[in-house]
Ligand binder design. Sequence first.
Ligand SMILES: NC(=O)c1ccc[n+]([C@@H]2O[C@H](COP(=O)([O-])OP(=O)(O)OC[C@H]3O[C@@H](n4cnc5c(N)ncnc54)[C@H](O)[C@@H]3O)[C@@H](O)[C@H]2O)c1
Length: 248
Amino acid sequence: MNVIINGCTGRMGQAVAALAEQTADTAVVAGVSPALTKTDDTHFLRLADVNVPADCVVDFSHHAATKELLEYCLKKNLPVVVATTGQTPEENALIAEAAKRIPVFRAANMSLGVAFLAQVVKKAAALFPDADIEITEIHHNGKLDVPSGTALALADSVKEARPEAETVVGRHSNGLREKREVGVHSLRLGSQVGTHTVYVDTGSETLSFTHQANSRALFAEGALSAARFIVCKGPGLYGMADMLAVSC
Ligand SMILES: NC(=O)c1ccc[n+]([C@@H]2O[C@H](COP(=O)([O-])OP(=O)(O)OC[C@H]3O[C@@H](n4cnc5c(N)ncnc54)[C@H](O)[C@@H]3O)[C@@H](O)[C@H]2O)c1
């Protein structure tokens, strides 16, 4: 499988390249980043300039690159793994539109463990309908989007069981917590890779579910598995639940 990495100079872009190098069936045929200091036949400042044949684009860049990313993949009829987080509603709409014409894999967290956690959280929200649910997330101090896309996705898992639930980011003013709130709280510390905890409190007992990513290789593995998963698929929007269904 030949892959183009969008965001190749970033923390995750480098992790994907390092993993691909150790993977027999995978090669990185081009890397794209506006932060490159040198360009050549395989390194480009803009995706639009990439002219090498590939099977898939893996995107770990910045949400502002979404439009250019999708335009390129639509033009080349290329499957794309959108691992970047923090998209605006307009960018989300572009992703949904592109998925009508090409295979798009999208996950705010490329870990199977987090996909499993999302299922557990949905079950807990249904099993304890009156419980208070709050989410904390911890990431390194270089992370740009707040809260993490994973924390928001976990809050969405609560909403699947409780349609009336409302995500409240960073509670800060005086006043009582409303029953329908799902609070999301962010910590930014040192070089933390990513920890998410979901608290479910019924008043008489507290459950807490934690996922801790120990290395960026985890997300790189997930992204390359996602790429392998969609290269032979038709147009559509795919996610971790689809991969989980295949591996269970
Ligand atoms: N889905 C997941 O599992 C997962 C895991 C980790 C990080 N992420 C997300 O991936 C993204 C990248 O994370 P990171 O830690 O590598 O960030 P980073 O800041 O280290 O790297 C981002 C890279 O994108 C490049 N870039 C910026 N604008 C670009 C553009 N218009 N086109 C191409 N490249 C561009 C930057 O130069 C840099 O190389 C973030 O949105 C982050 O939240 C997702």
